[in-house]
Design a protein around this ligand. Structure first.
Ligand code: DC
Length: 229
């Protein structure tokens, strides 16, 4: 029995992190949300009024950014820490983070900085990591690679529902436009664009429930002789 790396890539708001969390819980693996790391860097730049497009200023401030993951006992969920501060909610609801994160994550220096940390987090395996370049760049030899897709309108509706739950007032059209803009930038940037790794399994979850999706992926995992405890 062995521990493996599960790499999950795909478009914005297509349920990658829900699946990753479910898998980490079922397998007793660590979960790393790499999107949260790019969001935390973006929040740091906003807080310090650093122009996202000024490569040199952005690179110079990276050594001051410490990102870690913690656990909130009250909500029983994983949280993102930026220089020791819980920024979990802020990185999800601040529209300036959502609006800027694709530009920030297109910068090679930012990617190098975070990819190195991600590779360290996965060095002992037993990890589920989700993002855009996990199967292609961060862990090209991951034992299981998944590429998740869903219809953009369905993704926008899911994201809108999430924001409403957090009492954020926005429209379907705004959410869809932000999501399509992010998809475009993520797929067309020069460094590590979002793409399906050749050996990734593609799952379109537009019409799958969370449970159906999890069960489907568990059938793939069982085929890999992984320790399921
Ligand atoms: O998964 P998310 O929506 O929280 O990701 C936020 C942004 O970060 C997304 O627009 C693309 C970027 N990202 C990336 O470029 N590479 C990753 N591995 C993860 C996220």
């Amino acid at each position: 029995m062995k521990k493996i790396i599960i790499a999950i890539d795909g478009y914005s708001s297509c349920g990658k992190s829900t699946l990753a969390r479910q898998l980490a819980k079922t397998l007793n693996y660590h979960y790393v949300d790499t999107g949260a790391m790019y969001r935390a860097v973006t929040l740091y730049l906003i807080q310090n009024q650093i122009d996202f497009h000024h490569n040199e200023m952005v690179s110079n401030c990276l050594p001051q950014i410490k990102i870690a993951f913690g656990f909130d006992e009250i909500t029983q969920t994983q949280i993102t820490l930026l220089n020791g501060e819980n920024v979990e909610n802020e990185i999800r609801i601040n529209p300036r983070v959502a609006g800027g994160v694709s530009d920030v994550s297109a910068q090679s220096e930012v990617r190098k900085f975070l990819v190195k940390q991600q590779q360290t987090l996965g060095q002992n395996k037993g990890i589920v990591m989700d993002g855009r370049d996990i199967g292609t760049v961060v862990f090209p030899s991951a034992e299981l690679k998944l590429f998740i897709t869903a219809d953009p309108k369905i993704r926008a509706q899911r994201r809108l529902d999430e924001l409403k739950e957090k009492n954020q007032n926005t429209s379907f059209e705004e959410v869809l436009a932000n999501l399509e803009k992010r998809d475009y930038i993520d797929c067309n940037r020069a460094d590590s664009p979002l793409m399906k790794a050749e050996d990734a399994i593609e799952i379109d979850n537009s019409f799958l429930s969370k449970e159906e999706q999890l069960n489907l992926v568990l059938t793939y995992i069982k085929g890999l002789a992984v320790n399921l405890s």
